[in-house]
Write a protein that binds this ligand. Sequence first.
Ligand code: AMP
Ligand code: MG
Length: 585
Amino acid sequence: MWSTCRALIFALVAASNFWHVHVQEFCQSADPDYHCHDDAASSSQPSSSAVKSRWNVKVSNLTRDMDRFRVSCEKLIKLLPVEEVDGNFVRTVKNCIFSKSIPTPLRGPLWLAAVSKDVIEGILDLDVTVTQSEDFLLYASGGRLLPGSVPLAHRYGGHQFGYWAGQLGDGRAHLLGQYLNRNWEVWELQLKGSGKTPYSRSGDGRAVIRSSVREFLCSEAMHFLGIPTSRAASLIVSEEPVFRDQFYNGNVKTERGAVVLRVAKSWFRIGSLEILSESGEIDLLRKLLDFIINEHFLFIRADDPEKYVVFYSAVVNETAHLIAQWMSVGFAHGVCNTDNFSLLSITIDYGPFGFMESYDPNFVPNTSDDEGRYRIGAQNDVGLFNLEKLLVALSPLFTQKQQKLAKMILKEYANVYQMRILQIFKTKLGFLGEDEEDSYLVSFLLKMMEDTRSDFTMVFRQLSEGSANQLRSMNFTQMWALDDLSSHKLFSDWLNMYLLRISRQQSDSDLARQRRMQSVNPRYVLRNWMAESAIRKAEMNDFSEVELLFHILSSPFVTQDTAEEAGYAARPPLWANRLRVSCSS
Ligand code: AMP
Ligand code: MG
């Protein structure tokens, strides 16, 4: 009987195209100190000259005067060519990496809708009280230039939905400059929604409140989930009218402009290299790649004749890792074009993303993606597609032998991904060591989740919260996601195997397993309905729910009363099913 079931499940799993997962170290999230900084981040105490930073050390001399906050563009401008033409009119740009472009100030009045104390103090060395000043509103919305800033728009191209789209570039983003912080980290500050640039094509250079709230909340939420990402420092909203046809059905509405101040170690993307290769600017391609390697791939020696292959190998590896991490929390990016894939393998350009609720490999968060090209279960394949495009872009710099080597590296991508995803899901299930049935147990569980449309986040969380005895009793009245899952006819077979697997772990205790699992299986993710509810209020200048969500998502692994009261770990409301997000932003 059991072997028949097993054969059946194997066949089902084989039929499902989803089971491509990865490993990860679950980065900081497994670190017991990881949440310490949140104490500082969420404290409502006004900061003093000595505050606790996110690294839990005393930090003094946080800057309280925006005029003393200096950025620099010197390195970028000295080492990379900048277009000489001035003015924010749309044009084709050649032989340059950047164009100078002055932001267009958002029309006031302005409101500070949200701020990440973690970024402001932990990365930018600013005392968070400065964000309450008029100066900050202006600096963080494009109304005034930071000392040292020479605002730049980056020229890049990209493959969009599978096809070469030519020149894209920063159409509504301005790189303000680099900031060297007290930890000797260099961060690049960018405004998004700050007006037209030479790359605006037919766009207005603006971003609306709804997409900006989503970017602010999600980039910070991803960070606290332990997933590499750009960060968001602040969100400023205005009264400036912005016209959007949100669902591309001719229903143009007036919305309001907003600007996110975001930071990343680098904003270069696959498309940054592609445009140079496509237009035959090979010397510039080499120059940009050398710059990126020197600045961000410190383990690669400048005189290594294989340096470009080593770079490629690192990007392949880290991209596999990143996508595996996305899958571990059910995150679908929504628009995995090559221009939205970072060369540093961090999550960038938040648009119509979504966290999968009911488990479904065909989950497509973006209603503009008719064919489901970027469905959640296809993200690893899309990663492969994008890395192939990167290989093509790098080809002019490779010898024949290196080209072969790069192809072999790319062939390994699928294996790397599989290994990582398996490791991640083993960690999510609390497994220690190796057991030949681990992969089978994971696939079996996912397949049952798919059949019962159980909630991805909460199934793993409730498995983490239940003691072995509780799980064995199968009394799931307090565990709605497991209750759904347990309706599967094979659930008790799986549960028995699972309990046997965890009971065999020597030097482990059930409590230790639960703790371990809770530190990697979030209780709260940014579900669409949560973001939507906060957005509706924000559009009426009530930012309380944005703040609440930000606060809760800063500790996604910790059960919080306010979150429970708001129903953030409960079954999603019925109206959540009707929500749609599109590319319009
Ligand atoms: P995205 O889909 O947001 O990654 O954007 C793709 C390209 O379109 C990028 O070059 C963006 O900068 C540009 N873009 C998107 N929205 C706008 C806008 N409202 N104004 C100008 N450019 C835009
Ligand atoms: Mg983009």
